[in-house]
Design a protein around this ligand. Structure first.
Ligand code: F6R
Length: 614
């Protein structure tokens, strides 16, 4: 989704802005642009469809001298990806330039009004409407740009993170946010602006997160001044980030996605550190223990999420219902927020989000809070909007996930859900302590077992060669492995663009079985668990119709190995922890197929890492 970078200080702005745009590439985009104010006060905009490298080429012969600038990567919403729709946008007189992440919902009405007043539009974007509106208000009321911005933002409906610069004023950038992320980096006599901390961290670890409807006036040699749209002065705490630069690099791997798949033993250990203590037979999740009574009294848990995080939520449902005996519902945030859901004050909402910025999940949280429910966030990005807008929660602690397709964040979400289930079960005394300890000890072994699966990478790569040219895939699983089938299919379609569907294996005979023939690869998770015999029958049904079965099996398996066309082994574990293992070969299979097809694995077409519009 759109990325914003800004700089004001003593250094040349252009290289800092371009590097910042590269750091934000992982978010997904289709065009890029930059606005610079040169030492004579000229406000120049350069922008182009395509990659940041295309923008660099375009800027080769341009005036890029400036110590102040704003830059943007656009993920198209209103208007196709082309040069005109790329940001920044000028105002009518070309006195102002604006970059924007978000959506101005009432742009059509505002545009119509501005056109009647003689304003011209060069793009199809909602963003251009906002900068024209700011200039119109500025001219009409003879006010400075900050006041005009405040008045304009009072008129717009929607979400925004914006940065504005003014011709002839090389000492000021104004930024504002509502429902879209924006971070301010505080350096020595220099300031940075970005959608997230990744473009900032190599210069400073001191940041300020703006709250909704806040504006920061960032001036050279002055501390940023923060006011609300209604002009109330605010002070915001400067936060020290723990992010390191090496976490933003590939570390010898060809893609971030492969690096992140291989990081999982380590990230799960980080996720459990200080929480699971097998030497003391203890589990501590402060987010739960600090609100123990709420969890003890909860009659129902509702899990809200999107995409891969929603798949983690489905596994969470199985875990919490089995281990804690609390009823759980799992909903897509985007459906929940608009379907007039019944929410009780003693409901607990668990919102799961890697980025912590997903617009639908944020809106669903607001709705649940209004109804008095207690909201617990499971997020990865520290300081993002969801952790700041929930009553309690747990970070997944996997470091930045830069591959657009979520891998290490997913397994860590499962790990947090498991720790939550164990912690709640102990407090509720619904599971014998001996069983809790058994599960705790097994959970602690999961990272080692993942390491073992990763050793099969080469053979999974070989297997991927056989299926690179398939047009469709079906993924099947039962019980805990049904959501894993959904996740396996999502991973494949996201990065290889092969059509894939996941189903509960028993559902196959209610429709999808019609698709099975000798060209249809069917990935079946057939590990030795409570559902083993049932899954074997499902595999027989596929083989009877000449389907090609790739089975994920337990090391000790003999039966499935004798029927399936190809097998990938995983070590044995408790049924409820199987998704932590069975997911890994599916991540690797998708990765290798996508690489074979020469896809842009880390930045698949049309996708955004952080979905900040609904
Ligand atoms: C898939 C993927 C997406 C995200 C979804 C929610 O690989 O990454 O489906 O899971 O967009 O994002 P978060 O978790 O940031 O709320």
């Amino acid at each position: 989704m759109c990325g914003i970078v800004g700089y004001i200080g003593n250094q040349e702005a252009y290289p800092i802005l371009i590097k910042g745009l590269h750091r934000l590439e992982y978010r997904g985009y289709d065009s890029a642009g930059i606005a610079l104010i040169n030492p004579s006060g000229d406000l120049n905009i350069y922008k182009t469809k395509g990659r940041v490298s295309d923008l660099e080429e375009f800027c080769d012969s341009k005036d890029i001298s400036a110590t102040i600038g704003i830059a943007h990567t656009r993920w198209a919403t209103h208007g196709e990806p082309n040069n005109a729709n790329a940001h920044p946008h000028y105002s009518e007189t070309e006195n102002l330039a604006l970059i924007h992440n978000g959506i101005i919902e009432n742009y059509a009405v505002l545009k119509e009004q501005l056109m009647q007043k003689g304003y011209h539009f060069l793009s199809n974007t909602d963003t251009e409407v906002l900068i024209q509106l700011i200039e119109y208000i500025q001219t009409l009321n003879h006010v400075d740009v900050c006041t005009a911005l405040q008045l304009a933002l009072g008129q717009v409906i929607g979400a925004y993170a914006i940065a504005v610069m003014e011709k002839g004023n090389p000492d000021q950038i104004i930024v504002a946010r509502k429902s879209s992320p924006l971070v301010l980096g505080i350096g020595e006599n220099e300031f940075f602006i970005a959608s997230d901390a990744s473009p900032i961290i190599e210069y400073t670890n001191k940041v300020i997160y703006l709250e909704d409807e806040e504006i920061a006036i960032v001036k050279r040699h002055e501390q940023p001044r923060i006011v609300t749209i209604g002009n109330v002065e605010k002070t915001r705490e400067i936060i020290q980030l723990e992010l390191s630069l090496s976490q933003l690099e590939k570390g010898g791997f060809p893609h971030f996605m492969l690096k992140e798949i291989f990081e999982q033993p380590h990230t799960l250990r980080d996720c459990m550190r200080g929480r699971v203590d097998v030497t003391c037979n203890n589990i501590v999740l402060s987010g739960i223990l600090d609100h123990r009574e709420r969890f003890l009294q909860a009659k129902r848990i509702i899990i809200l999420a999107c995409g891969t995080s929603w798949h983690a939520g489905l596994i969470g449902e199985y875990l919490i219902e089995e281990i804690c005996r609390i009823p759980v519902e799992v909903e897509y945030s985007s459906e929940f927020r608009y379907r007039h859901p019944v929410i009780y004050p003693d409901d607990i909402i668990i919102a799961i989000s890697q980025s912590g910025e997903t617009a639908d999940t944020l809106a669903a949280i607001e709705l649940a809070k209004k109804e008095g429910a207690f909201v617990y966030g499971i997020c990865n990005v520290v300081g993002s909007s969801i952790p700041r807008n929930t009553h309690s929660g747990s970070y997944t602690h996997v470091g930045p996930e830069l591959g657009v397709a979520s891998t290490k964040a997913f397994t860590a979400q499962l790990c947090v859900l498991t720790m939550m289930a164990l912690c709640i079960a102990r407090e509720k005394k619904v599971l014998p302590q001996s069983r809790i300890l058994e599960l705790l000890h097994e959970l602690n072994l999961i990272p080692d077992k993942i390491e073992q699966i990763l050793n099969a990478n080469d053979s999974i790569q070989k297997l991927s060669n056989i299926f690179t040219y398939a047009h469709n895939f079906i993924y099947l699983g039962r019980g805990y492995n049904y959501p894993v089938a959904l996740e396996g299919a999502l991973k494949l379609k996201e990065i290889s663009y092969i059509h894939a569907e996941g189903y509960p294996a028993a559902e196959m005979k209610h429709g999808p079985i019609a698709l099975i023939d000798n060209e249809m690869p069917v990935v079946v998770i057939a590990t030795d668990n409570d559902m083993y015999e049932k899954v074997i029958s499902n595999i027989q049904e596929i083989k009877a119709r000449n389907g090609r079965v790739i089975a994920i099996v337990s090391e000790t398996d003999t039966v499935v190995k004798s029927i399936a066309d190809y097998v990938i082994e995983v070590p044995a574990t408790e049924d409820c922890f199987e998704p932590l293992l069975t997911t890994i070969p599916l991540q690797l299979l998708s990765y290798h197929i996508a690489v074979n097809k020469r896809r842009d694995v880390d930045m698949p077409r049309n996708l955004a890492k952080s979905v900040t519009v609904e």
